[in-house]
Design a protein around this ligand. Sequence first.
Ligand code: ADP
Ligand code: ZN
Ligand code: MG
Length: 492
Amino acid sequence: MYQSFIGLEVHIHLLTKTKVFCGCRSAFGDEPNTNVCPVCMGYPGVLPSLNIEAMRMGSMVARALHCRIPEQTWFERKQYFYPDMPKNYQISQFASPLGQEGYLDLVGKHMKKRVRIKECHLEEDAGKMIHTGTVSLLDYNRAGVSLLEIVTEPDMETGEEAELFIQQLRRTVRYLGVCDGNMEEGSLRADANVSINLPGKGLGRKVEIKNLNSSRFVRLGLTYEIQRQKERLDQGKQVIQETRLWNENRDQTEPMRTKENAQDYRYFPEPDLPVFAPDPAFRASVEAALVELPAPRMERLKQDYGLSREQAELICEEKALADYFEEALAAAAAQGFDIQDGAGRIANWLLTDIKHLLNREGIALANIAAFRLSPQRLAALVVMVARGQVSMKNGKQAMDRVIAEDRDPAELIREAGWEQLSDPVQIGKAVEAVYAAEAAVFVQTRAACAAGNRKRQRTLTAYLVGRVLEQTGGRADPKIAGAQIESLMQTL
Ligand code: ADP
Ligand code: ZN
Ligand code: MG
Protein backbone atom coordinates (compact mmCIF):
# COMPACT_ATOMS: atom_id res chain seq x y z
CA MET A 1 0.00 0.00 0.00
CA TYR A 2 2.73 2.48 0.96
CA GLN A 3 6.23 2.77 -0.35
CA SER A 4 8.99 3.24 2.23
CA PHE A 5 12.32 5.06 1.97
CA ILE A 6 15.25 4.62 4.29
CA GLY A 7 18.52 6.53 4.25
CA LEU A 8 21.30 5.92 6.77
CA GLU A 9 23.95 8.21 8.20
CA VAL A 10 26.67 6.05 9.71
CA HIS A 11 29.49 7.45 11.81
CA ILE A 12 32.66 5.47 12.25
CA HIS A 13 35.65 6.20 14.45
CA LEU A 14 38.79 5.87 12.39
CA LEU A 15 41.63 3.95 13.99
CA THR A 16 44.14 6.76 13.69
CA LYS A 17 46.63 6.88 16.54
CA THR A 18 46.01 10.58 17.06
CA LYS A 19 43.01 12.88 16.71
CA VAL A 20 42.02 14.46 13.41
CA PHE A 21 43.28 18.02 13.99
CA CYS A 22 45.79 17.71 16.85
CA GLY A 23 48.39 15.28 18.18
CA CYS A 24 46.37 13.96 21.14
CA ARG A 25 46.05 10.23 21.59
CA SER A 26 42.87 8.78 20.16
CA ALA A 27 41.76 5.90 22.41
CA PHE A 28 38.67 4.52 24.04
CA GLY A 29 38.44 4.08 27.81
CA ASP A 30 41.36 6.22 29.01
CA GLU A 31 41.16 8.27 32.21
CA PRO A 32 38.80 11.21 31.42
CA ASN A 33 40.36 14.45 30.16
CA THR A 34 43.87 13.05 29.80
CA ASN A 35 44.01 13.06 26.00
CA VAL A 36 43.41 16.75 25.52
CA CYS A 37 45.26 19.87 24.38
CA PRO A 38 44.39 23.51 23.60
CA VAL A 39 43.35 22.55 20.04
CA CYS A 40 40.76 19.91 20.90
CA MET A 41 39.68 21.88 24.00
CA GLY A 42 38.82 24.76 21.70
CA TYR A 43 41.06 27.43 23.18
CA PRO A 44 41.07 30.66 21.22
CA GLY A 45 43.89 31.30 18.81
CA VAL A 46 44.99 27.71 18.25
CA LEU A 47 45.50 26.19 14.83
CA PRO A 48 44.19 22.81 13.73
CA SER A 49 46.32 20.74 11.36
CA LEU A 50 44.96 17.87 9.31
CA ASN A 51 45.93 14.30 10.21
CA ILE A 52 46.80 12.82 6.82
CA GLU A 53 46.22 9.27 8.11
CA ALA A 54 42.59 10.17 8.83
CA MET A 55 42.27 11.48 5.30
CA ARG A 56 43.83 8.29 3.93
CA MET A 57 41.64 5.94 5.98
CA GLY A 58 38.53 7.94 5.10
CA SER A 59 39.49 7.78 1.42
CA MET A 60 39.97 4.00 1.70
CA VAL A 61 36.40 3.61 2.92
CA ALA A 62 35.22 5.96 0.18
CA ARG A 63 37.00 3.89 -2.49
CA ALA A 64 35.75 0.61 -1.04
CA LEU A 65 32.26 2.09 -1.44
CA HIS A 66 33.08 2.99 -5.06
CA CYS A 67 33.03 6.72 -4.37
CA ARG A 68 34.77 9.27 -6.49
CA ILE A 69 37.62 11.13 -4.76
CA PRO A 70 37.34 14.75 -5.91
CA GLU A 71 40.24 16.85 -7.20
CA GLN A 72 39.87 19.07 -4.19
CA THR A 73 38.28 18.48 -0.84
CA TRP A 74 38.06 20.92 2.08
CA PHE A 75 36.52 21.56 5.46
CA GLU A 76 33.74 23.80 6.70
CA ARG A 77 32.69 24.95 10.13
CA LYS A 78 29.30 23.68 11.17
CA GLN A 79 27.97 26.02 13.86
CA TYR A 80 25.83 24.85 16.69
CA PHE A 81 25.93 24.90 20.45
CA TYR A 82 26.31 21.82 22.53
CA PRO A 83 28.00 21.55 25.94
CA ASP A 84 30.37 18.77 24.87
CA MET A 85 31.64 20.74 21.89
CA PRO A 86 34.03 23.36 23.24
CA LYS A 87 34.51 25.46 20.07
CA ASN A 88 30.74 25.84 19.46
CA TYR A 89 31.36 24.69 15.95
CA GLN A 90 32.41 21.38 14.50
CA ILE A 91 34.93 21.10 11.71
CA SER A 92 33.23 18.99 9.07
CA GLN A 93 32.91 18.73 5.31
CA PHE A 94 29.98 20.12 3.38
CA ALA A 95 30.50 21.32 -0.18
CA SER A 96 33.21 18.90 -1.29
CA PRO A 97 33.41 15.83 0.93
CA LEU A 98 36.34 13.43 0.46
CA GLY A 99 34.22 10.72 -1.18
CA GLN A 100 31.24 11.27 -3.47
CA GLU A 101 28.59 9.23 -5.28
CA GLY A 102 29.38 5.60 -4.66
CA TYR A 103 27.38 2.49 -3.83
CA LEU A 104 27.25 -0.65 -1.74
CA ASP A 105 25.56 -3.78 -3.04
CA LEU A 106 23.44 -5.46 -0.42
CA VAL A 107 23.59 -9.22 -0.81
CA GLY A 108 21.01 -11.16 1.18
CA LYS A 109 19.90 -14.73 1.04
CA HIS A 110 17.27 -14.07 -1.59
CA MET A 111 17.99 -10.52 -2.64
CA LYS A 112 20.52 -8.22 -4.19
CA LYS A 113 20.15 -4.49 -4.12
CA ARG A 114 22.34 -1.50 -4.85
CA VAL A 115 22.29 1.26 -2.24
CA ARG A 116 23.73 4.52 -3.51
CA ILE A 117 26.20 6.30 -1.25
CA LYS A 118 25.72 10.04 -1.36
CA GLU A 119 29.01 10.93 0.30
CA CYS A 120 31.66 10.18 2.89
CA HIS A 121 32.93 13.11 4.90
CA LEU A 122 35.55 13.54 7.56
CA GLU A 123 34.81 15.43 10.75
CA GLU A 124 35.71 15.64 14.42
CA ASP A 125 33.76 13.92 17.14
CA ALA A 126 32.41 15.80 20.14
CA GLY A 127 33.28 15.05 23.77
CA LYS A 128 31.15 12.97 26.05
CA MET A 129 28.72 14.10 28.70
CA ILE A 130 28.18 11.84 31.66
CA HIS A 131 25.07 12.57 33.69
CA THR A 132 25.38 11.63 37.35
CA GLY A 133 22.44 12.59 39.51
CA THR A 134 22.37 16.36 39.80
CA VAL A 135 25.52 17.17 37.85
CA SER A 136 26.80 16.47 34.38
CA LEU A 137 30.47 15.70 33.83
CA LEU A 138 32.40 16.37 30.66
CA ASP A 139 35.08 14.13 29.20
CA TYR A 140 36.90 15.69 26.26
CA ASN A 141 39.00 12.65 25.39
CA ARG A 142 36.68 11.97 22.47
CA ALA A 143 36.57 15.60 21.33
CA GLY A 144 38.45 15.80 18.05
CA VAL A 145 38.62 12.06 17.39
CA SER A 146 38.49 11.30 13.63
CA LEU A 147 35.00 10.51 12.56
CA LEU A 148 33.96 9.48 9.09
CA GLU A 149 30.30 9.92 8.20
CA ILE A 150 28.86 7.78 5.46
CA VAL A 151 25.57 9.04 4.06
CA THR A 152 23.36 6.89 1.83
CA GLU A 153 20.61 7.90 -0.56
CA PRO A 154 17.14 6.79 0.63
CA ASP A 155 17.36 3.53 -1.32
CA MET A 156 16.48 0.99 1.36
CA GLU A 157 12.92 -0.07 2.12
CA THR A 158 12.86 -2.26 5.19
CA GLY A 159 14.47 -2.56 8.60
CA GLU A 160 16.04 -5.82 7.43
CA GLU A 161 17.77 -4.12 4.50
CA ALA A 162 19.11 -1.38 6.76
CA GLU A 163 20.38 -3.99 9.22
CA LEU A 164 22.13 -5.80 6.38
CA PHE A 165 23.66 -2.53 5.22
CA ILE A 166 25.11 -1.89 8.67
CA GLN A 167 26.46 -5.44 8.88
CA GLN A 168 28.10 -5.28 5.46
CA LEU A 169 29.54 -1.84 6.08
CA ARG A 170 30.86 -2.95 9.45
CA ARG A 171 32.54 -5.97 7.90
CA THR A 172 34.01 -3.76 5.16
CA VAL A 173 35.61 -1.22 7.51
CA ARG A 174 36.96 -4.03 9.68
CA TYR A 175 38.50 -5.69 6.61
CA LEU A 176 40.12 -2.39 5.72
CA GLY A 177 41.44 -2.14 9.27
CA VAL A 178 40.25 1.46 9.60
CA CYS A 179 37.59 0.94 12.30
CA ASP A 180 37.02 -1.75 14.91
CA GLY A 181 33.27 -1.61 14.25
CA ASN A 182 32.46 -1.91 17.93
CA MET A 183 28.93 -0.60 18.19
CA GLU A 184 28.68 -0.92 21.98
CA GLU A 185 31.68 1.34 22.46
CA GLY A 186 30.29 3.74 19.88
CA SER A 187 32.97 3.17 17.22
CA LEU A 188 30.16 2.70 14.72
CA ARG A 189 26.86 4.50 15.22
CA ALA A 190 23.93 4.99 12.92
CA ASP A 191 21.14 7.49 12.48
CA ALA A 192 18.27 6.19 10.37
CA ASN A 193 15.98 8.36 8.26
CA VAL A 194 12.67 6.98 7.14
CA SER A 195 9.56 8.12 5.34
CA ILE A 196 6.62 6.47 3.63
CA ASN A 197 4.33 7.61 0.87
CA LEU A 198 1.75 6.40 -1.61
CA PRO A 199 3.40 4.59 -4.53
CA GLY A 200 4.62 6.95 -7.21
CA LYS A 201 4.42 10.01 -4.95
CA GLY A 202 8.12 10.11 -4.17
CA LEU A 203 9.69 10.61 -0.77
CA GLY A 204 7.48 11.24 2.24
CA ARG A 205 8.12 13.44 5.22
CA LYS A 206 11.05 11.94 7.01
CA VAL A 207 11.65 11.04 10.60
CA GLU A 208 15.17 10.61 11.88
CA ILE A 209 15.94 7.96 14.50
CA LYS A 210 19.12 8.92 16.31
CA ASN A 211 21.97 7.01 17.90
CA LEU A 212 21.13 3.42 17.12
CA ASN A 213 23.98 1.47 18.68
CA SER A 214 23.35 -1.99 17.30
CA SER A 215 22.35 -3.26 13.89
CA ARG A 216 19.41 -5.00 15.55
CA PHE A 217 18.12 -1.70 16.92
CA VAL A 218 18.39 -0.26 13.41
CA ARG A 219 16.07 -3.01 12.19
CA LEU A 220 13.67 -2.83 15.13
CA GLY A 221 13.54 0.97 15.20
CA LEU A 222 12.82 1.23 11.48
CA THR A 223 10.24 -1.56 11.47
CA TYR A 224 8.45 0.10 14.36
CA GLU A 225 8.66 3.52 12.74
CA ILE A 226 7.33 2.38 9.35
CA GLN A 227 4.34 0.81 11.10
CA ARG A 228 3.75 3.94 13.20
CA GLN A 229 3.82 6.17 10.12
CA LYS A 230 1.41 3.84 8.29
CA GLU A 231 -1.05 4.00 11.12
CA ARG A 232 -0.91 7.79 11.18
CA LEU A 233 -1.51 8.10 7.46
CA ASP A 234 -4.30 5.51 7.62
CA GLN A 235 -5.96 7.65 10.29
CA GLY A 236 -5.75 10.65 7.99
CA LYS A 237 -3.03 12.29 10.10
CA GLN A 238 0.27 13.63 8.88
CA VAL A 239 3.69 12.44 9.86
CA ILE A 240 5.51 15.11 11.82
CA GLN A 241 9.04 15.75 10.65
CA GLU A 242 11.05 15.14 13.78
CA THR A 243 13.95 13.41 15.42
CA ARG A 244 13.08 10.39 17.52
CA LEU A 245 15.02 8.05 19.77
CA TRP A 246 14.80 4.28 20.01
CA ASN A 247 13.77 3.23 23.52
CA GLU A 248 15.18 -0.26 23.86
CA ASN A 249 13.27 -0.91 27.09
CA ARG A 250 9.89 -0.18 25.58
CA ASP A 251 10.67 -1.34 22.02
CA GLN A 252 9.41 1.87 20.51
CA THR A 253 10.62 5.16 19.07
CA GLU A 254 9.90 8.32 21.06
CA PRO A 255 10.02 11.99 20.07
CA MET A 256 13.25 13.83 20.86
CA ARG A 257 12.88 17.14 19.01
CA THR A 258 10.84 18.39 16.09
CA LYS A 259 12.74 19.43 13.04
CA GLU A 260 10.13 21.25 10.97
CA ASN A 261 12.75 23.46 9.40
CA ALA A 262 16.20 22.36 8.53
CA GLN A 263 18.55 23.70 11.16
CA ASP A 264 20.75 26.49 9.88
CA TYR A 265 24.32 25.50 10.63
CA ARG A 266 25.74 28.55 8.84
CA TYR A 267 28.42 26.47 7.17
CA PHE A 268 31.45 28.40 5.95
CA PRO A 269 34.89 27.24 4.83
CA GLU A 270 37.28 26.57 7.71
CA PRO A 271 39.83 29.38 7.33
CA ASP A 272 42.54 27.59 9.32
CA LEU A 273 42.83 24.53 7.10
CA PRO A 274 44.04 24.58 3.51
CA VAL A 275 42.18 22.86 0.69
CA PHE A 276 43.35 19.27 0.33
CA ALA A 277 44.16 18.24 -3.24
CA PRO A 278 44.95 14.51 -3.30
CA ASP A 279 48.08 14.06 -5.45
CA PRO A 280 48.84 10.89 -7.45
CA ALA A 281 51.04 9.55 -4.65
CA PHE A 282 48.23 9.94 -2.12
CA ARG A 283 45.74 8.30 -4.46
CA ALA A 284 48.13 5.45 -5.14
CA SER A 285 48.68 4.87 -1.41
CA VAL A 286 44.91 4.65 -0.92
CA GLU A 287 44.49 2.14 -3.75
CA ALA A 288 47.43 0.10 -2.46
CA ALA A 289 45.82 -0.17 0.98
CA LEU A 290 42.55 -1.59 -0.36
CA VAL A 291 42.34 -5.27 0.53
CA GLU A 292 40.03 -7.79 -1.09
CA LEU A 293 36.64 -7.01 0.41
CA PRO A 294 34.26 -9.52 2.02
CA ALA A 295 31.71 -9.74 -0.82
CA PRO A 296 34.15 -10.52 -3.66
CA ARG A 297 36.15 -12.77 -1.38
CA MET A 298 33.04 -14.80 -0.54
CA GLU A 299 32.31 -15.12 -4.24
CA ARG A 300 35.87 -16.27 -4.93
CA LEU A 301 35.83 -18.88 -2.15
CA LYS A 302 32.63 -20.31 -3.62
CA GLN A 303 33.91 -20.26 -7.20
CA ASP A 304 37.46 -21.45 -6.68
CA TYR A 305 37.04 -23.93 -3.86
CA GLY A 306 33.45 -25.10 -4.20
CA LEU A 307 32.42 -23.87 -0.74
CA SER A 308 28.71 -23.48 -0.06
CA ARG A 309 27.24 -20.01 0.37
CA GLU A 310 26.87 -20.59 4.12
CA GLN A 311 30.45 -21.78 4.50
CA ALA A 312 31.85 -18.89 2.48
CA GLU A 313 29.78 -16.41 4.44
CA LEU A 314 30.83 -17.74 7.83
CA ILE A 315 34.48 -17.88 6.86
CA CYS A 316 34.45 -14.37 5.43
CA GLU A 317 32.77 -12.90 8.50
CA GLU A 318 36.22 -12.00 9.79
CA LYS A 319 39.19 -11.23 7.59
CA ALA A 320 41.51 -13.05 10.01
CA LEU A 321 39.40 -16.19 9.71
CA ALA A 322 39.35 -16.07 5.92
CA ASP A 323 43.12 -15.53 5.92
CA TYR A 324 43.56 -18.49 8.27
CA PHE A 325 41.41 -20.66 6.02
CA GLU A 326 43.38 -19.81 2.89
CA GLU A 327 46.70 -20.35 4.65
CA ALA A 328 45.61 -23.78 5.85
CA LEU A 329 44.43 -24.59 2.36
CA ALA A 330 47.76 -23.53 0.87
CA ALA A 331 49.57 -25.73 3.40
CA ALA A 332 47.39 -28.73 2.48
CA ALA A 333 47.98 -28.09 -1.21
CA ALA A 334 51.72 -27.95 -0.54
CA GLN A 335 51.41 -31.54 0.66
CA GLY A 336 49.88 -32.48 -2.68
CA PHE A 337 46.36 -32.61 -1.29
CA ASP A 338 43.45 -31.90 -3.64
CA ILE A 339 42.40 -28.26 -3.26
CA GLN A 340 38.60 -28.64 -3.53
CA ASP A 341 38.59 -31.65 -1.22
CA GLY A 342 40.91 -29.88 1.20
CA ALA A 343 38.74 -26.74 1.18
CA GLY A 344 35.63 -28.68 2.15
CA ARG A 345 37.43 -30.55 4.92
CA ILE A 346 39.20 -27.49 6.35
CA ALA A 347 35.93 -25.51 6.26
CA ASN A 348 34.25 -28.31 8.22
CA TRP A 349 36.92 -28.43 10.89
CA LEU A 350 37.03 -24.65 11.08
CA LEU A 351 33.32 -24.10 11.44
CA THR A 352 32.71 -26.83 13.99
CA ASP A 353 35.55 -28.00 16.25
CA ILE A 354 37.80 -25.00 15.89
CA LYS A 355 35.05 -22.49 16.60
CA HIS A 356 34.30 -24.41 19.79
CA LEU A 357 37.96 -24.53 20.77
CA LEU A 358 38.44 -20.81 20.18
CA ASN A 359 35.40 -20.21 22.31
CA ARG A 360 36.78 -22.41 25.05
CA GLU A 361 40.16 -20.65 24.94
CA GLY A 362 38.48 -17.24 24.93
CA ILE A 363 40.07 -16.24 21.62
CA ALA A 364 37.99 -13.99 19.35
CA LEU A 365 37.75 -15.05 15.70
CA ALA A 366 39.53 -11.84 14.79
CA ASN A 367 42.53 -13.02 16.84
CA ILE A 368 42.71 -16.50 15.35
CA ALA A 369 46.23 -15.69 14.14
CA ALA A 370 47.34 -15.97 17.78
CA PHE A 371 45.86 -19.46 18.12
CA ARG A 372 48.35 -22.24 18.93
CA LEU A 373 46.79 -24.39 16.25
CA SER A 374 48.39 -22.58 13.33
CA PRO A 375 46.87 -23.00 9.86
CA GLN A 376 49.84 -25.25 8.97
CA ARG A 377 49.17 -27.51 11.95
CA LEU A 378 45.48 -27.70 11.12
CA ALA A 379 46.33 -28.61 7.53
CA ALA A 380 48.66 -31.37 8.74
CA LEU A 381 45.87 -32.88 10.85
CA VAL A 382 43.23 -32.62 8.15
CA VAL A 383 45.51 -34.24 5.58
CA MET A 384 46.56 -37.07 7.93
CA VAL A 385 42.92 -37.88 8.70
CA ALA A 386 41.91 -37.66 5.05
CA ARG A 387 44.74 -39.98 4.02
CA GLY A 388 43.83 -42.50 6.70
CA GLN A 389 47.08 -41.98 8.60
CA VAL A 390 45.16 -41.26 11.76
CA SER A 391 41.54 -41.92 12.64
CA MET A 392 39.12 -38.99 12.84
CA LYS A 393 38.73 -39.61 16.55
CA ASN A 394 42.45 -39.66 17.26
CA GLY A 395 42.96 -36.74 14.91
CA LYS A 396 40.57 -34.62 16.94
CA GLN A 397 42.18 -35.81 20.15
CA ALA A 398 45.56 -34.87 18.73
CA MET A 399 44.21 -31.41 17.91
CA ASP A 400 43.36 -30.89 21.56
CA ARG A 401 46.87 -31.86 22.63
CA VAL A 402 48.55 -29.80 19.90
CA ILE A 403 46.78 -26.79 21.41
CA ALA A 404 47.47 -27.72 25.04
CA GLU A 405 51.13 -28.62 24.46
CA ASP A 406 51.93 -26.29 21.56
CA ARG A 407 53.41 -29.07 19.47
CA ASP A 408 53.76 -30.38 15.95
CA PRO A 409 50.80 -32.70 15.13
CA ALA A 410 52.67 -35.38 13.14
CA GLU A 411 55.30 -35.77 15.82
CA LEU A 412 52.68 -35.87 18.57
CA ILE A 413 50.62 -38.51 16.77
CA ARG A 414 53.68 -40.65 16.17
CA GLU A 415 54.74 -40.37 19.79
CA ALA A 416 51.27 -41.13 21.14
CA GLY A 417 51.12 -44.20 18.91
CA TRP A 418 48.00 -42.90 17.20
CA GLU A 419 49.11 -43.55 13.65
CA GLN A 420 46.33 -45.43 12.01
CA LEU A 421 46.90 -49.14 11.50
CA SER A 422 46.27 -50.24 7.93
CA ASP A 423 48.43 -53.35 7.84
CA PRO A 424 45.92 -56.15 6.93
CA VAL A 425 47.94 -58.77 8.81
CA GLN A 426 47.83 -56.85 12.07
CA ILE A 427 44.17 -55.94 11.66
CA GLY A 428 43.48 -59.61 10.80
CA LYS A 429 44.97 -60.64 14.13
CA ALA A 430 42.65 -58.25 15.96
CA VAL A 431 39.63 -59.56 13.99
CA GLU A 432 40.59 -63.12 14.97
CA ALA A 433 40.77 -62.09 18.61
CA VAL A 434 37.35 -60.46 18.45
CA TYR A 435 35.97 -63.58 16.73
CA ALA A 436 37.29 -65.73 19.53
CA ALA A 437 35.37 -63.63 22.05
CA GLU A 438 32.29 -62.78 20.01
CA ALA A 439 31.63 -65.79 17.76
CA ALA A 440 27.93 -65.61 18.58
CA VAL A 441 27.67 -62.08 17.24
CA PHE A 442 29.37 -63.18 14.00
CA VAL A 443 26.78 -65.90 13.66
CA GLN A 444 23.94 -63.46 14.32
CA THR A 445 25.37 -61.14 11.70
CA ARG A 446 25.49 -63.94 9.18
CA ALA A 447 21.88 -64.81 9.98
CA ALA A 448 20.75 -61.20 9.61
CA CYS A 449 22.53 -61.08 6.26
CA ALA A 450 20.89 -64.29 5.07
CA ALA A 451 17.47 -62.98 6.17
CA GLY A 452 18.05 -59.77 4.24
CA ASN A 453 17.80 -57.73 7.44
CA ARG A 454 20.26 -55.04 6.34
CA LYS A 455 19.66 -52.75 9.26
CA ARG A 456 20.42 -55.37 11.88
CA GLN A 457 23.40 -56.55 9.91
CA ARG A 458 24.83 -53.03 9.83
CA THR A 459 24.31 -52.53 13.54
CA LEU A 460 26.02 -55.79 14.43
CA THR A 461 28.92 -55.14 12.02
CA ALA A 462 29.40 -51.67 13.51
CA TYR A 463 29.59 -53.26 16.94
CA LEU A 464 32.25 -55.70 15.77
CA VAL A 465 34.27 -52.94 14.10
CA GLY A 466 34.11 -51.09 17.40
CA ARG A 467 35.50 -54.14 19.17
CA VAL A 468 38.38 -54.34 16.68
CA LEU A 469 39.13 -50.66 17.29
CA GLU A 470 39.12 -51.37 21.00
CA GLN A 471 41.61 -54.21 20.45
CA THR A 472 43.96 -51.88 18.55
CA GLY A 473 43.75 -48.84 20.80
CA GLY A 474 41.51 -47.10 18.28
CA ARG A 475 44.19 -47.35 15.59
CA ALA A 476 42.80 -49.90 13.13
CA ASP A 477 41.46 -48.43 9.89
CA PRO A 478 37.72 -49.04 10.32
CA LYS A 479 37.22 -49.60 6.57
CA ILE A 480 39.74 -52.42 6.45
CA ALA A 481 38.42 -53.91 9.71
CA GLY A 482 34.84 -53.82 8.35
CA ALA A 483 35.86 -55.58 5.14
CA GLN A 484 37.71 -58.32 7.04
CA ILE A 485 34.77 -58.88 9.41
CA GLU A 486 32.48 -59.12 6.39
CA SER A 487 34.58 -61.79 4.67
CA LEU A 488 35.07 -63.79 7.87
CA MET A 489 31.31 -63.69 8.47
CA GLN A 490 30.65 -64.96 4.91
CA THR A 491 32.69 -68.10 5.63
CA LEU A 492 30.45 -69.08 8.57
P1 ADP B 1 19.25 16.53 6.41
O1 ADP B 1 19.45 17.83 5.71
O2 ADP B 1 18.03 16.49 7.27
O3 ADP B 1 20.48 16.04 7.10
P2 ADP B 1 19.89 14.98 4.11
O4 ADP B 1 19.34 15.36 2.78
O5 ADP B 1 21.28 15.36 4.40
O6 ADP B 1 18.92 15.51 5.23
O7 ADP B 1 19.73 13.43 4.26
C1 ADP B 1 20.08 12.79 5.43
C2 ADP B 1 19.71 11.32 5.27
O8 ADP B 1 18.29 11.19 5.19
C3 ADP B 1 20.24 10.67 4.01
O9 ADP B 1 20.65 9.36 4.34
C4 ADP B 1 19.05 10.63 3.08
O10 ADP B 1 19.11 9.52 2.22
C5 ADP B 1 17.90 10.48 4.03
N1 ADP B 1 16.66 11.11 3.55
C6 ADP B 1 16.50 12.35 3.07
N2 ADP B 1 15.22 12.59 2.78
C7 ADP B 1 14.51 11.47 3.09
C8 ADP B 1 13.15 11.08 3.04
N3 ADP B 1 12.20 11.92 2.62
N4 ADP B 1 12.83 9.84 3.44
C9 ADP B 1 13.75 9.00 3.88
N5 ADP B 1 15.05 9.31 3.98
C10 ADP B 1 15.45 10.53 3.58
ZN1 ZN C 1 44.22 17.68 21.29
MG1 MG D 1 22.51 15.98 6.39
